[in-house]
Design a protein around this ligand. Structure first.
Ligand code: 5GP
Ligand code: MG
Ligand code: MG
Length: 180
């Protein structure tokens, strides 16, 4: 096990690189089977999914396209407060099979808003592919078809995920060490 310090926090190895790679490959194989004749459009959500998206795509063997989007937060008027808007999307989604590539689903509110937003562009279908899911924290009903790994509620970094913008380059996934 290795320990890393990022700013004020200490993290330890949680999921080693080799296991991540195995799980990513397994998810890609499921997509290869399910969406073989759909020419899916993968939409990777930056920044967190950049490494996952790269490794996933290198295991996709069917015809497909990939593009990258960001989510911009602004203060909305709904009870949930912040609204997230999809920015940087130039593709026409009409009739397309869309696969959102996300780093982690926590409460699920981000994915719910993103699906609602993409849904207005008339895709044939929208699927979620997330590296990580914290099932105990899901607040909204969400059908996450493609999940590499389910994890407990602890805060994690590495493999694209950050703590205060640091740690994205770590090859393994790390979890926070309990403060005494
Ligand atoms: P949700 O809307 O599902 O609650 O939030 C999802 C977003 O919160 C993720 O895309 C990610 O940016 C952030 N997030 C949730 N849990 C973690 C975590 O354990 N580590 C990191 N680095 N980000 C997280
Ligand atoms: Mg994310
Ligand atoms: Mg973050």
């Amino acid at each position: 096990m290795s320990i890393v310090k990022i700013k004020d926090l200490t993290f330890k190895t949680f999921i080693p690189e080799a296991e991540i790679q195995q799980r990513v490959k397994a998810v890609a194989e499921k997509i290869n089977k399910d969406l073989a004749d759909k020419n899916p459009l993968f939409l990777a959500v930056l920044n967190g999914s950049f490494i996952f998206a790269a490794d996933l795509m290198r295991n996709i063997t069917i015809p497909c396209e990939i593009s990258f989007v960001k989510l911009a937060s602004y203060q909305g008027t709904t009870s949930t407060g912040k609204i997230k808007e999809v920015i940087g999307l130039n593709e026409d989604l009409a009739g397309r099979t869309v696969v959102i590539v996300e780093d982690i689903v926590d409460t699920g509110l981000t994915m719910k808003q993103m699906i609602e937003s993409l849904g207005t562009r008339n895709p044939e279908s929208i699927h979620i592919c997330s590296l990580l899911v914290k099932p105990d924290k899901l607040k909204v009903p969400l059908n996450i078809e493609y999940v590499a790994m389910e994890i407990p509620n602890d805060f994690i970094v590495g493999y694209g995920l950050d703590y205060d913008q640091q740690g994205r380059q770590l090859r393994d996934i790390y979890t926070i060490v309990e403060e005494k």
